[in-house]
Design a protein around this ligand. Structure first.
Ligand code: HEC
Length: 205
């Protein structure tokens, strides 16, 4: 794993603000960047940026599942609705919530991209494609609690790629996936690694 200075603190701050991190500060106004003079700006590593982005994504995902999805009492109905997720607009699943956010973020062409994937995907589009994605998803499934960091070159561009475990934090995660018509795996348990969040940041060669 390498630590490469990457972005000015200002750029990183803008990205994290867009992700809602600073919203957590409540009414207190965020402090101005320490250094704004050209050439003097502080830098952060690609890893620090990926870790920060992931902290926001993970919190949003957990809150949505605990406060919204878990409140839907009728689990039968929930699972049935999820089987029609392609056409049924009534229920926004946690994974859809995540992807809609990722698509909206991508529109502003930020210096990173992210997605939710799995080695056992309900939706085949969420299967890993690159070597780093495959290795990363296998690693986090076998090494509970650990993240995976790698560098990969795609289309001539060098990327820092981070893969974070996506865990079954609520009974609804387990029951919906295990009972879903399209799932390739039916033995998920509470706390299991069900997939991973992949964050990719271009870095200078
Ligand atoms: C009500 C059903 C339902 C619930 C609850 C649910 N999921 Fe999913 N999940 C799905 C469906 C359907 C997809 C595919 C949707 C898509 O790609 O748009 C999916 C996608 C995923 C993916 C991407 C890989 C794949 O299977 O396509 C992961 C990882 C995942 N879910 C983990 C979780 C976790 C962790 C939770 C709990 C926090 C959870 N899910 C809750 C139905 C559900």
């Amino acid at each position: 794993m390498t630590r490469q200075p990457l972005l000015t603190s200002l750029t990183a701050l803008t990205a994290l603000t867009a992700m809602g991190l600073l919203a957590a500060c409540g009414s207190a106004p965020p402090e101005a960047p320490v250094s704004t003079a050209p050439g003097e700006a502080k830098t952060i590593t690609a890893k620090a940026m990926a870790d920060g982005l992931h902290a926001v994504m993970s919190a949003d995902r957990t809150v949505y599942t605990r406060l919204i999805v878990n409140r839907l009492q009728n689990e039968e109905k929930l699972i049935k609705a999820s089987e029609h997720w392609k056409e049924d607009k009534a229920l926004v699943l946690p994974a859809q919530m995540f992807r809609f956010g990722a698509e909206m973020v991508a529109e502003s062409k930020p210096p990173f991209s992210y997605s939710l994937q799995s080695l056992w995907p309900i939706n085949q589009q969420n299967a890993p494609k690159t070597e780093a994605e495959k290795a990363g998803l296998a690693y986090i499934a076998e090494n509970k609690g650990k993240n995976y960091y790698a560098e990969e070159t795609l289309g001539g561009v060098k990327y820092f790629t981070a893969v974070y475990p996506d865990n079954a934090i609520a009974p609804a995660c387990v029951s919906c996936h295990n009972e879903h018509a399209d799932t390739p795996r039916t033995d998920f348990k509470l706390g299991d690694v069900m997939g991973g969040v992949v964050i990719r940041i271009p870095v200078d060669a």
